[in-house]
Design a protein around this ligand. Structure first.
Ligand SMILES: Cc1cc2nc3c(=O)[nH]c(=O)nc-3n(C[C@H](O)[C@H](O)[C@H](O)COP(=O)(O)O)c2cc1C
Length: 577
């Protein structure tokens, strides 16, 4: 794969202390030290092993030995829901909660979507993308008693290879009912965790960033899967790290022993139907506290670890949420759907299922395909929340956008080549103008919908520049456009604390996931780019202040298919279930 040929980092780095900070720094200081230390520079990559130690390659599939495996019915392919309806909240009839709908939810969110093979090698691809296809993200659900699933509420781990749920714990029914009282009937919880080792094995110290990107992509796939079923999904942002660990069984040392640990990331509430709820704090919640009987022992993913990266543990600890009031931010000054899109999109090429299950990263771009301005504007409009706070997937997170785009436009019909900015929070326009190059034009395009906060900064051919700052990857210059995601970084950490470092990456991953699906709908492809030179990207846009940091890159364009690869089905659909 193209990315596999990239330098994975280097051992040739100046000696750095094994820890990020001495004891007296704040948690935000730990985050900043980690972020600075894991930047890629033209002259050196962030520290990693520098080669692939194939003998210790981690197993991409976690299993809990001894836990009951409930196979999910394989949903019949061909569901006709149009892709655009995913974003038209209220249009999709709500599916009742059942084994079938849960199966479809996980199929669309986290399942295997194909196996690829080349010569002797075979590897799976999933609905959610992952840096290096290493898949650090694990999915969990806490579900009520359901026919053919189980006659008691329970905690489950999703096993993507089998498309099955592993029952990790049975919960006390009365306590579960009490817990769910504030939520509409049929609500359930879904959680994500990261196994850092899977990414660190290849990418060393920068791996924590990639785990967070991947969690963000998966949060978006969960939200979009819920939308396809007519369900709502909201992140429970006030819940503590230890409450998530307790509820999902991730703090049960005896169940892991020498196995690599799952780091809790997030918990979300899924609400069948569109009832709006204000999720109350679930901080008191641990499955221990609601009477759980646990079973299952986690598998070890690598026979041994030839190297450890202690700074990952440090930044993970510094960013654990220790309890805060849920975030409430106002979007009433954001554009309406009509202002953002011109004419709201109510037609399209694909079904939701084709876009979700067909999504793939381009491994190379053709250097020639141009896209229409309509497609370009529509893709960008999907990335901006609307004033009613109901646009998918942005309705899942309660904070206003902290991720803005610095775009490299190469091939969009009727749109001059050059550098552009998309201020995803229109109120941040002045701050972005202030922090970027003085000579930028900040010019609106006459054909751009009035509410789309897109600005031409500087005309010119930036294909080579885009590739150079993306670690020399041609895909950034050979597409229709590529971009750097510029985060409103230090102010966000000051406002919400060190734990919000993760949220910034999640938001960046969500932006990426929408671009993946939008590219499918436009008949092209896109690719996440985690390998980029941090400070040189800032220099392109004239950003000298540490307050703004590029957190992720993306490219969108006409793909070149690798015809050497064979595609095999994800599952044996004829299998008796
Ligand atoms: C956070 C993230 C970073 C990535 N970085 C790169 C990259 O720098 N270069 C690249 O060619 N692909 C990159 N990818 C694409 C992955 O290699 C791709 O998602 C993975 O191989 C799985 O393939 P799929 O997306 O087709 O399922 C990235 C993906 C993610 C989610």
């Amino acid at each position: 794969m193209a990315w596999d040929r990239l330098p994975v980092g280097s051992t040739d780095v100046p000696a750095q202390p094994a820890v990020l900070l001495d004891a007296d720094g704040s948690l935000e200081d730990v985050v900043v030290a980690y972020h600075e230390r894991t930047k890629h520079h033209f002259h050196r990559y962030a520290a990693s092993l520098g080669y692939m130690d194939w003998a210790t390659q981690p197993d991409p599939f976690r299993r809990y030995e001894g836990a009951d495996l409930v196979r999910l019915l394989l949903p019949k392919p061909g569901r006709p829901l149009p892709y655009w309806q995913l974003y038209a909240l209220g249009d999709v009839p709500s599916e009742p909660l059942s084994l079938q709908s849960i199966s479809l939810f996980f199929r669309y969110a986290l399942s295997v979507t194909a196996w690829k093979s080349l010569h002797e090698a075979t590897w799976p691809l999933r609905a959610n993308p992952s840096s290096g296809n290493l898949h650090p993200t694990e999915g969990y659900a806490v579900l009520p008693a359901l026919e053919r699933l189980g006659d008691a509420p329970a905690v489950y781990h999703y096993a993507p290879k089998e498309h099955a749920l592993e029952r990790r714990a049975i919960l006390d029914a009365e306590a579960w009912n009490e817990l769910c009282t504030p939520f509409p009937a049929g609500s359930f919880l879904v959680g994500l965790s990261s196994v850092h080792w899977r990414e660190a094995w290849k990418y060393g110290e920068r791996a924590f960033r990639y785990c967070q990107h991947d969690a963000g992509h998966a949060l978006a796939t969960l939200r979009i899967a819920a939308a396809a079923l007519g369900w709502g999904l909201v992140l429970l942002d006030g819940i503590t790290h230890s409450a998530i660990a307790g509820l999902l069984g991730l703090s049960r040392s005896d169940d892991y022993r020498t196995a690599e640990r799952d780091e809790p990331e997030l918990l979300a509430l899924v609400i069948p139907g569109l009832a709006s709820v204000s999720p109350r704090l679930l901080n008191g919640l641990t499955a221990g506290g609601i009477g759980a009987q646990w079973c299952g022992r986690a598998n070890r993913l690598s026979p041994e670890h030839s190297v450890e990266w202690p700074v990952i543990d440090e930044v993970a600890q510094a960013t654990q949420r220790s309890g805060s009031a849920p975030i409430i931010e106002d979007v009433s000054r954001f554009p309406t759907e009509a202002e953002l899109f011109g004419i709201p999109v109510r037609h399209g090429l694909l079904t939701a299922e084709q876009a979700i299950l067909g999504r793939r990263s381009a491994v190379a771009m053709d250097g020639s395909t141009a896209i229409s301005q309509e497609a370009f504007f529509r893709m960008l409009a999907r990335l901006v929340p609307t004033r009613d706070g109901r646009s998918v997937p942005w309705d899942a997170i309660p904070w206003r956008p902290r991720i803005h785009l610095g775009l490299f436009v190469h091939r969009v019909e009727g749109v001059p080549r050059g550098l552009y900015a998309l201020a995803r929070d229109p109120d941040k326009l002045a701050a972005l103008k202030d922090v970027m190059r003085r000579e930028f034009r900040w010019q609106r395009l006459p054909s751009c919908p009035p509410g789309l906060p897109l600005y031409l900064l500087q005309e010119g051919d930036c294909r080579a520049l885009a590739a150079t700052v993306s670690c020399g990857q041609d895909i950034a210059g050979d597409g229709a456009f590529s971009l750097g995601m510029i985060a409103d970084y230090l102010d966000s950490l000051t406002m919400y604390g060190a734990a919000f470092y993760r949220n910034l990456f999640w938001e960046a991953g969500m932006v990426g996931q929408v671009l993946y699906l939008e590219a499918e709908e436009a008949g092209i492809r896109s690719t996440g780019i985690g390998c980029y030179f941090d400070d040189p990207v800032h220099a392109v846009f004239g950003i000298a202040s540490r307050k703004w940091q590029s957190l992720y890159h993306f490219t969108v364009g006409g793909p070149v298919e690798d015809r050497r690869l064979t595609t095999l089905p994800a599952y044996d659909f004829d299998e008796e279930r």
